[in-house]
Design a binder for this molecule. Structure first.
Ligand code: GAL
Length: 653
């Protein structure tokens, strides 16, 4: 994507306002340095007020006004919220929940992703928009739909059931192959034909795990098929206008590795909770994911809140400086644009109390001042457009494992993302930038590859990971990895499969700590302890297991409890001597993690990629700039200068 300036702006919903406000909007956008707005995201009912009757006059008018003012448009395809006529005329478009409840019109996203009617009517609207605006000089980007799957990702209606059967038939060919893969000999689940298969709605007890993962894959694919249907039209009619759709960070229900291949620029919506002290690190993690999804390409922060949101039980405002801090964090980690939801805070509707760039209090407000100040500052970051961010540390992250590890009827309730975050936040504390990768990727560029709880993996992926250690790098595998294959069947040859040799251990049995529920938010509390040369005596949580060492050195051992004396951290040196396969049989607490990470940095020789900074101060290097972001309420010193509370320092190299 050719880009001349750092994008700055937000969702703009002029249809919520009388026309005399539009001129003021455009004037104030100029004052704030806005150069891009996302237009028409929820405007279907205004664009097509009755079936087949279109009204583009208002959109023509506002696009022209924006263009005259030099503001570019990220034009929405407007398909995220079907108008009332649509679902009144075609009620089977309405989605059905797992419990059989048909969701009704009146909020948004009330469509079954598999509905041919929805796709047909969406396609017609997209065709009209593409024909009418595709060559308009203001339109620089297509904003396809909005946050696919945010509210409705899985639909259990009859239409979905038919689509699921077709998806399964395409995947398995024969019903016997499905029976084999799903293991339907269990509990009398054998199917005689694809016609017998339904969507996995509420059932008396645990469903078939392979069925559930397939339904997760199918559901992500169906949303992606909706996206593809729109994009096919746009590519045909407006081949020069790039397309995006806004992602939602670590969002369970869409496999963004697959999605990212089909956008021209990754874009993300990110709403860190100002009341959660973990938010800066967690937001950094989503930024690193967004940059990684297309192999390091620049991405766009499509939405963030200028102040408070309105959808948490209690909604903290951003403190002074915080909005700038998160914006610069995005740019430092690869974003070439910073956008908001939304331009003007709504006066009516369910988002009245969500902040806007122009708040209810108008321009005499700290929000507006911070918005205008950021708009004046971003042009200085122009030289960073297209610049990458260097990383020597990779974390393996895969949706298949996410889907497989958060099912019921497993040894304990684990949160996949919290397990990943436990590692990420301690790397973040040392200002080590992380690339996220898939286990099957070429990993040769990374000195350290961390594999947190890769529960489900193809044998070939495990073999690829094993190469990391053989090639002389540090491979760190944590508990609950390589437990099942891609079909949810226990890994052939035992847990860890092809990793067993490079780790030099095997896993016999699991012993999760009673009461550890990692699916709850927040840092898990310590439940056990380990001791060893590497870690000293240290708290651990969540998990323990019986590890048998065959050809590795034990560097920390569980102390007390069921697993007393069993290995907690092992290391096996690779044949070449420089690489190693590490195994970590528990969720380490911060103290142990810090010591292990230090050792990995030393062994990998990547000390230059770690930057010292005070706690809560994030330092990132991109292009010719260093960013130091002070997430704390104290004045600190970093990069040799004083930084005020929640301040950001940007220096040229
Ligand atoms: C996003 C959505 C926006 C708006 C925003 C509020 O999920 O894309 O339309 O609802 O949240 O935070």
């Amino acid at each position: 994507m050719k880009q001349e300036h750092v994008w700055y702006g937000g969702d703009y919903n002029p249809e919520q306002w009388p026309r005399d406000v539009w001129d003021e909007d455009v004037r104030l956008m100029g004052e704030a340095g806005v150069n891009l707005v996302s237009l028409g995201i929820f405007a279907w009912a205004r664009l097509e007020p009755r079936e087949g009757e279109f009204d583009f006059e208002w959109l023509d008018t506002i696009v022209a006004k924006l263009h005259d003012a030099g503001i570019s448009v990220d034009l929405a395809t407007a398909t995220a919220s079907p108008p009332p006529w649509l679902t009144n005329t075609y009620p089977d478009v309405l989605p059905v929940t797992e419990d059989g409840v048909r969701l009704q019109v009146g909020s948004r996203q009330h469509y079954c992703p598999s509905s041919p009617t929805y796709r047909r009517l969406a396609s017609r609207l997209v065709t009209m928009l593409a024909n009418r605006y595709g060559s308009h000089p203001a339109v620089v980007l297509w904003h396809v739909n909005n946050e696919y799957g945010c509210h409705v990702s899985h639909c259990y209606c009859d239409v979905s059931a038919t689509a699921f059967r077709a998806w399964l038939q395409a995947k398995y060919g024969t019903i016997e192959s499905l029976n084999d893969t799903w293991g339907t000999a269990f509990w009398s689940q054998h199917y005689s034909s694809f016609d017998e298969v339904r969507t996995p709605s509420a059932a008396p007890t645990f469903r078939n795990p392979a069925e559930l993962v397939d339904f997760d894959r199918f559901s992500s694919d169906e949303l992606l098929a909706c996206y593809r249907a729109e994009v096919a039209i746009l590519r045909e009619l407006t081949p020069d206008v790039p397309v995006t759709t806004n992602f939602m960070g670590f969002f369970r229900d869409a496999d963004y590795w697959a999605w990212a291949r089909e956008v021209d620029m990754v874009s993300d919506d990110c709403y860190p909770d100002p009341a959660d002290p973990e938010s800066p690190a967690y937001a950094a993690m989503t930024r690193d994911l967004m940059r990684s999804l297309r192999g390091g390409d620049s991405w766009l922060l499509m939405e963030q809140a200028p102040g408070a949101v309105n959808w948490r039980p209690s909604n903290s405002p951003k403190r002074p400086g915080e909005m700038r801090g998160y914006s610069m964090q995005a740019v430092a980690r690869g974003a070439d644009g910073v956008m908001f939801f939304q331009w003007r805070q709504s006066a009516a509707g369910a988002e009245r109390f969500h902040s806007g760039m122009i708040p209810h209090s108008g321009t005499e407000s700290r929000i507006w001042e911070s918005v205008a100040a950021l708009g004046a500052e971003l042009p200085h970051l122009h030289p960073l457009i297209g610049e990458g961010v260097a990383s020597k540390v990779a974390i393996v992250f895969e949706w298949d494992s996410w889907w497989a590890i958060e099912q019921p009827a497993l040894p304990t309730a684990l949160s996949y993302v919290q397990g990943v975050f436990a590692w990420y936040r301690r790397l973040w504390a040392r200002n080590i930038v992380v690339d996220f990768v898939q286990a099957r990727d070429d990993l040769s560029a990374y000195s350290v590859v961390i594999v947190p709880s890769l529960f489900s993996a193809r044998p070939s992926s495990l073999a690829n990971l094993a190469e990391v250690s053989r090639a002389g790098h540090q491979l760190v595998v944590t508990f609950q990895s390589g437990i099942v294959d891609e079909n949810s069947r226990i890994t052939d040859g035992g847990y860890l499969g092809a990793l067993k040799d490079v780790l030099g251990i095997s896993v016999e049995e699991f012993a999760p700590f009673a009461g550890a529920d990692l699916r709850r938010q927040g840092a898990p509390r310590p439940i056990g302890s380990i001791a060893g040369e590497l870690t000293g005596v240290s708290d651990v949580n969540t998990w323990a297991e019986y590890v048998r060492v065959r050809d590795a050195v034990t560097l920390a051992t569980f102390t007390g409890g069921l697993v007393d004396g069993y290995p907690a951290i092992t290391r096996r040196e690779s044949e070449s001597g420089s690489g190693a396969g590490w195994y970590v049989a528990t969720m380490l607490g911060d103290a142990a993690l810090d010591r292990l990470i230090q050792r990995l940095i030393d062994d990998a020789g990547i000390a230059d990629f770690a930057i010292d900074s005070p706690d809560g101060v994030e330092v990132v290097h991109r292009g010719d700039r260093y960013f130091a972001i002070n997430h704390t309420d104290q004045q600190v010193s970093a990069l040799g200068q004083a930084i005020p509370p929640r301040g950001v320092l940007i220096t040229e190299k």
